[in-house]
Design a protein around this ligand. Structure first.
Ligand code: MN
Ligand code: MN
Length: 463
């Protein structure tokens, strides 16, 4: 035998996982520095509207201007396009324009949260409360007894908009969903998790003092409305034309004595949105036109005109194609996309739901999810071997540490991303993103080193 088993193993077999040990000290330092910008972004982009305005400012600072479909653009030009203040596209025109298709990184900027119902205000037993309707997949008990902040917009009858943002500054008041004390939870504790806390139990405590000492009914609710009227000029019926979201009120923080991780609200999917933005901001003169697109409504199935099922991005690409004298559908057919979304990181406290040869781990680099979905690969885009091969080679060329990731064991659960809607446009697409612990919790965790790899991956796609 010419080769020892050790040599042959080195040559033929998958390498062992080494976690953060496989990063150089320089890479870790670079990752730590890179993540400072991300932490500020995450603190200022709790909702899709806030993310759009933050990213728009980042882009303008780096020379991006509003897209004009009637203008003509030359290679290296930088434009952005905003959809209803909830989704944004950033494009850098390539040397070949759209002729060989466009390169896309698409992340979502909505995150699970608690929305107000259209008619939310009520008073009960000496307290004023808001009725809510949760948004996206949440484990309801996780959202009780934590400080919540209110974000959103109210449109008054005369058409004026009032933006509300209260609770994130520690000097602000904040809000919460109450829960039972353990002393009285004997009955609650016997229920399954799904039944112990229902959607209609997610009521938000907002006040407890009356407007005055008179004999009128519901004076505490009246007092709240009085405060809101003085502050924002709104009345109760204005809630009917509002989008008001409660998000966790605490700031993004470093996690661990070694500060190797970040805890925060909305990593899914801002931890992919941010690197796809920094990657395009760093892109100057690519071969193909590159687009980072941040979409809304992924958490509720990508529905609606700001979600990935809308034609907004398609029309933008058609316009870019037209300016180059190309057919939009020809451009789409030659386009390639990284669907930038998170996957579930292995959690040693709950090992039974993961299959460790195929799930993702923190500090193993970006995760490629060949497919998502559930059961027998239902409801997903299963990337082809050819496209997997292409992306794999691109990552290796750019020294991006990466891993493969299935969401969990087969038939244990499931989930989806925007990839299938991109695939429906006849675009080659695969999911690539960051591994997240406690996904969809009000405080999720990611690794800093993985964030840097995400930036490098999207930059590699564009350049
Ligand atoms: Mn996601
Ligand atoms: Mn999600």
């Amino acid at each position: 035998m010419s080769e020892t088993a050790k040599e042959l193993k080195e040559k033929l077999m998958m390498k062992e996982r080494r976690g953060a040990a496989s990063f150089t000290a320089e890479e870790l330092k670079e990752a730590d520095a890179y993540c400072e910008g991300y932490k500020t972004f995450l603190d200022n982009a709790r909702t899709e509207r806030e993310a759009v305005s933050y990213v728009k400012a980042m882009a303008e600072e780096k020379g991006f201007t509003p897209y004009d479909p009637t203008a003509s653009y030359k290679p290296g030009d930088r434009v952005y396009i905003v959809n209803r203040e909830k989704a944004i596209g950033l494009a850098v025109i390539g040397k070949n324009g759209t002729s060989n298709g466009v390169r896309l990184a698409i992340a979502h900027i909505d995150s699970p949260r608690i929305d107000l119902k259209p008619n939310p205000l009520y008073e009960a037993d000496g307290m004023a409360l808001f009725k809510t309707h949760y948004y996206g997949g949440i484990k309801k008990y996780q959202w009780t007894t934590i400080p919540l902040a209110l974000h959103g917009r109210v449109v008054k009858l005369d058409g004026t908009c009032v933006d509300i943002h209260i609770g994130d500054d520690p000097k602000d008041e904040c809000f919460l969903i109450t829960d039972l004390l353990p002393h009285l939870d004997k009955e609650q504790a016997t229920k399954t998790m799904a039944k112990a806390f229902t959607g209609e139990d997610l009521n938000i405590l907002i006040g407890s003092r009356p407007y005055d000492n008179s004999d009128e009914k519901d004076l505490i609710a009246l007092n709240i409305m009085h405060i809101l009227n003085e502050r924002y000029g709104i009345e109760e019926s204005d809630f009917l034309s509002a989008e008001l979201n409660f998000c966790p009120a605490y700031p993004t923080r470093d996690i661990g004595f070694d500060r190797s991780m970040i805890g925060g609200y909305g990593h899914d999917d801002k931890c992919c949105a941010y690197p796809s933005v920094t990657a395009i901001l760093d892109t100057e003169l690519p071969e193909c036109t590159c687009i980072t697109y941040l979409t809304d409504k992924e958490e509720i199935g990508s529905e609606g005109n700001t979600g990935m099922q809308s034609d907004f991005l398609r029309y933008f690409i058609y316009d870019l194609a037209k300016q180059d004298g190309n057919e939009g559908y020809h451009v789409l057919s030659k386009s390639k996309c990284l669907s930038a979304d998170v996957n579930a990181a292995f959690d040693p406290t709950f090992p039974s739901v993961y299959e460790t040869k195929n799930c993702s781990f923190i500090n193993e680099g970006v995760v490629i999810s060949k497919y998502t979905g559930h059961g027998g690969k239902y409801d997903t885009s299963d990337a082809s071997a050819e496209f997997m091969g292409e992306i794999r080679a691109m990552l290796e060329r750019n020294n991006v540490k990466w891993q493969i990731g299935e969401l969990g064991k087969v038939d244990v659960g499931g989930g989806g991303t925007i990839a299938k809607y991109v695939a429906n446009m006849n675009v080659d697409v695969v999911d690539l993103g960051v591994a997240v612990l406690c996904m969809h919790a009000p405080f999720e965790v990611i690794s800093k080193a993985d964030m840097l790899m995400a930036h490098k991956a999207f930059y590699g796609l564009f350049n």
